[in-house]
Design a protein around this ligand. Structure first.
Ligand SMILES: *Cc1c(COP(=O)(O)O)cnc(C)c1O
Length: 432
């Protein structure tokens, strides 16, 4: 049941998170509550950085895709761990800069960045901008020119690899809103175009093939597809692409049966492939960037709720309703994401009752999880949902005017608030 190493039980049978009793956290801070374990986050960063050093001679950078979980404290932690960060909006960029995150280690993504966002990025000398389309390239060239600066860019490429089929395939996966396709020739043309621009410095090529990928092969295959494009660019345009960004998407363990790989496995295989291709083709070994988001923060997070009611509908199902839901975790409603759940009061006991965990919002689709076993759930119990560190707080909303829960960080057996609970005053603060 314990899908993350920061979870355990104590002598009372209560769930512990980073060694701290979950019921005491629920009592001190109230529920719903996001709890994150700092060591789990730092260890994930260190694992990725170490594998980059060990298998790729440190000739690369690990950037945290901060859309997974963005707030001031996470950027401070990333700074201390010598990570880069990815941002996908002016809001994330603003948050990172607000704590003094070094701009040169920020990469700016997005398929439709606004003029204001590009301006903000250039004004602050953001390290690289990942350009998605030709309109953006032109706008950026203009903005850089007006500022008397050069914009460092990467192009977002569609390598045409679908990592989500059982046997991953290279298909005509050009139906994506992100980036330039290789097979239509538009990726190559974009590079040609960039090389003509006065205020643009083309550093590299970027791709991102999906999320929660548990296999290594799609990454290795993608690296090769991208490398072939780099070769074509060298041969036909006499230009060496010096950076290769392979994106994120490394899968984590949501359920006990998920076979999440050691992060070393990815770097080891990808490095071997890239080095081999470089040697065969006498190509300078490129700087590699990887962008884990989920893999950095998901396992560190647990959400605590209070059970309000248990409603048994004979011969149909049993609903366990909690005091949060799609407003703090929309992922089941959006794409039926699996999670492991447990009653924190009796976390040492197996589930014995088949239930559907429902939220408190006025939508029948407001479900946290269906067909899961809980240990004799009853009103007043604390319910824990594991591995909610990624794409939960960052996807939270105020639907039904429900205030967002706070985020509490655990470190060395102590807890501290890193994001405050929203109040009703916060809810009406922009209303006129
Ligand atoms: C979302 C995203 C990531 C992170 O994906 P994870 O599955 O969280 O690792 C990395 N790069 C880009 C461009 C993304 O859009």
């Amino acid at each position: 049941m314990f899908v993350s190493s920061n979870l355990s039980t104590n002598e009372k049978g209560h769930l512990t998170i980073g060694g701290v009793d979950a019921l005491s956290l629920a009592k001190e801070y109230g529920t719903p509550l996001y709890v994150m374990d700092e060591d789990t986050i730092r260890n994930a960063c260190r694992d990725f950085v170490r594998s980059m050093n060990e298998y790729y001679d440190g000739n690369g950078m690990v950037t945290y895709a901060s859309k997974a979980f963005s707030c001031k404290e996470i950027y401070r932690i990333m700074m201390e761990e010598n990570m880069g960060v990815d941002v996908v909006s002016g809001g994330e960029l603003y948050t990172a800069l607000s704590v003094g995150f070094p701009a040169e280690k920020i990469h700016f993504h997005g398929n439709n960045k606004t003029y204001e966002e590009l301006n903000l990025a250039m004004k602050n000398d953001v390290g690289e901008i990942i350009v998605d389309n030709l309109e953006e390239l032109n706008t950026l060239d203009e903005i850089a020119g007006e500022m008397g600066k050069k914009a460092n860019i990467m192009f977002r490429i569609k390598p045409g690899v679908d990592a989500h089929t059982h046997d991953f395939v290279q298909t005509g996966k050009i139906d994506s809103k992100f980036g330039f396709a290789i097979e239509t020739g538009e990726a190559f043309e974009a590079v040609e175009e960039a090389l003509k621009k006065e205020n643009i410095i083309l550093k590299g090529l970027h791709c991102h093939i999906g999320s929660q990928i548990l296999d290594v092969d799609p990454f290795v295959f993608t690296a090769e597809v991208m490398f072939r494009l780099m070769l074509k660019i060298r041969d036909e345009l006499k230009f060496i692409v010096s950076e290769l960004n392979l994106g994120g998407g490394f899968g984590i363990k949501y359920l006990p049966e998920d076979d999440a790989k050691d992060y070393d496995t990815f770097m080891k295989s990808v490095s071997a492939k890239v080095k081999e291709l470089c040697k065969e083709n006498d190509y300078p070994v490129p700087f590699i960037v990887i962008e884990p988001g989920r893999a950095i923060v998901a396992n560190s997070g647990t959400t605590l709720y209070t059970v309000g009611s248990v409603k048994n509908i004979p011969n149909i199902k049993t609903y366990v309703s909690v005091n949060g839901g799609m407003t703090d975790n929309p992922r089941y409603a959006l794409y039926q994401s699996p999670y492991t759940v447990a009653i924190a009061d009796r976390a040492d006991k197996d589930g014995d009752t088949l239930v559907t965990v429902a939220g408190r919002n006025c939508e029948s689709g407001d479900i946290i999880q269906e067909n899961v076993y809980l240990n004799s759930p009853k009103a007043g119990d604390t319910l824990a949902v594991f591995c909610t560190g990624a794409y939960n707080y960052s996807m939270a909303s105020n639907y039904n005017r429900v205030p967002r829960p706070p985020v509490v960080m655990i470190k060395d057996g102590k807890s501290r608030v890193i994001v405050k609970r929203e109040t009703y005053e916060d809810i009406i603060k922009n209303d006129i």
